[in-house]
Write a protein that binds this ligand. Structure first.
Ligand code: FAD
Ligand code: NAD
Length: 456
């Protein structure tokens, strides 16, 4: 055999799996169709969106917040070209970093579209690679919507919205999910009017409903316009402008449309039919608890299988799948995978939501603490939001943590570790948290589970 393992796709699932397998002594190849490594996450997802979120937040702060701190600045102007260039530089640094890691770990890289032709053969270009194992990590692509005349430009997706060459006067976002709110925030801060059309009665489906309600209130204050319960039925370009139709609403005229109604697994041209693997109704590759497909030496991980479409979920699966192939055992704790929305304020959750616990009939106690009562949050001028911890009513074990507020995405890490270690609310409440830090809100929320906050 030419390779012990061939990994298809160099996103966070695939490149991490390749590196971990190489560390474990396997002869590994990774095939990526794009010229740059890193997948959706690095090229057109997590990293470029966070670069623009950071830049646009600084622009917003310079215009509105600095004067509250006694910092006077004049002549603030947007230089969009530089902002976009900085985003591209951030991406390139990351893709080069993975090239370096592949060399360091002796992962052989192939560029081209991979097709599986047999249980032990993958074709890339003119080459046929023989291998003992295959990991499919081909990720996902944006979902389309019937009636929406997608042109990848005026009516585009997240990749289009990462590169608008001028600030739209009016941007309509179809879908009040993570992409719509993150990229909507970028263009709102840069001066666009942003209208979000969401099919469901709430934004950010799947997250704890109390957080979603608070987020909606705060986003409206920032200037977002929302139409909830609005099912979009069409969008078209007429004379260089866009027209969006939704049930129950008059047609909306705007100059850009961002279609963000979810993503679907990417298995196009992969050759699954050659080995008898059949995707499920939603296009996902079915796998068992060890990421094995119906062909035991072919595995699948990341966005192309069931579960949240998150980079760190793909990474955990990549690591565990490589370890399973090498050692015969590995595990991912799906209850301890956090989700973060990088808006302002940030929104984060890990473990079960209140709705899930109620539905499952699990007795729980909630402890809540507002950032308003935290000294560090007041010093930062970032007092909106709260921490909510959910613990089992009898055992006190932490079951879920939900945060909306400053640096929620960083704060949630403590809660994910607590869930991983099966900590109780009391364990967190009795752990010393440095003062003054935002993390003290987590300690106070843990105290609140037992009705004994000290500062609230
Ligand atoms: P991908 O990253 O999609 O990688 C799959 C790779 O496989 C691609 O490079 C593709 O070119 C390649 N490929 C596909 N088919 C073939 C083939 N036949 N042959 C060769 N190569 C092939 N997640 C977070 O956790 N945090 C975030 O902040 C975040 N922000 C996001 C922002 C945006 C705008 C988007 C779109 C997504 C974001 N995500 C975020 C989601 C995250 O990007 C994905 O969950 C993650 O990239 C999935 O990793 P993956 O390895 O499964 O697939
Ligand atoms: P999403 O599933 O988060 O949101 C899509 C939204 O579109 C939903 O609220 C849905 O109800 C709505 N919708 C569907 N059909 C509609 C219609 N006809 N009219 C109006 N609304 C409609 O999907 P997304 O925002 O496209 O993101 C895709 C994936 O990328 C997500 O699964 C997410 O995990 C991942 N992502 C993660 C991050 C992050 O972790 N910070 C950031 C961006 C993307």
């Amino acid at each position: 055999m030419q390779h012990d393992l061939v990994v298809i796709g160099a996103g966070p699932g695939g490149y991490i799996a390749a590196i971990r397998a190489a560390q474990l002594g396997m002869n590994v190849a990774c095939i990526e169709k794009e010229p740059a490594l890193g997948g959706t996450c690095l090229r057109v997802g997590c990293i470029p969106s966070k670069a623009l979120l950071e830049s646009s937040e600084r622009f917003e702060a310079a215009r509105h917040d600095l004067k509250k701190h006694g910092v006077k600045v004049g002549g603030i102007e947007l230089d969009l070209a530089t902002m976009l260039k900085r985003k591209d530089t951030t991406v390139t640094a990351g893709t080069k970093g993975i090239e370096f890691l592949f060399k360091k770990n002796k992962v052989t890289r192939y560029q081209g579209h991979a097709t599986i032709t047999g249980a032990n053969t993958v074709i890339v270009g003119e080459q046929a690679l023989a291998c003992k194992h295959i990991i499919i990590a081909t990720g996902s692509v944006p979902s389309m919507l019937p009636g929406v005349e997608f042109d990848g430009d005026l009516i585009g997706d997240s990749t289009t919205a990462l590169g608008y060459d001028k600030v739209p006067e009016h941007l309509v976002v179809i879908g009040g999910g993570v992409i719509g709110l993150e990229l909507g925030s970028v263009w709102l801060r840069l001066g666009a009017k942003v209208t979000v059309l969401e099919y469901l009665p709430q934004i950010l489906p799947g997250m704890d409903e109390e957080l979603c309600a608070e987020a909606l209130r705060l986003f409206k204050k920032q200037g977002f316009e929302f139409h909830l319960g609005a099912k979009v039925t069409g969008a078209r370009v007429e004379s260089g402008k866009c027209v969006v139709s939704a049930e129950g609403l008059d047609d909306i005229n705007c100059d850009r449309v961002l279609l963000a109604v979810g993503r679907k697994p990417n298995t196009q041209g992969l050759g699954l039919e050659n080995v008898g693997i059949t995707p499920d109704k939603r296009g996902r590759i079915p796998v068992n608890s060890h990421w094995q497909t119906s062909v035991p030496n072919i595995y699948a991980i990341g966005d192309v299988i069931d579960g949240p479409m998150l980079a760190h979920k793909a990474e955990e699966e990549g690591t565990a799948c490589a370890e399973y192939i090498a050692t015969g055992h590995a595990h991912v704790n799906y209850d301890a995978i956090p989700g973060v929305v990088y808006t302002h304020p940030e929104i984060a959750g890990v473990g079960k939501t209140e709705q899930q616990l109620r539905e499952a009939g699990v007795p729980y106690k909630a402890g809540k603490f507002p950032f308003m009562a935290n000294g560090r949050a007041r010093a930062l001028g970032e007092t909106a939001g709260f921490v909510k911890l959910l613990a089992h009513a009898e055992t006190d074990r932490l079951l879920g943590a939900h945060i909306i507020g400053p640096r929620a995405g960083d704060l949630i890490a403590e809660c994910a570790v607590a869930i991983e270690f099966a900590a109780s609310a009391e364990d967190i409440a009795r752990s010393s948290h440095a003062h003054p830090t935002l993390a003290e809100c987590i300690k106070e929320a843990a105290l609140a589970v037992h009705g004994r906050t000290l500062n609230g």
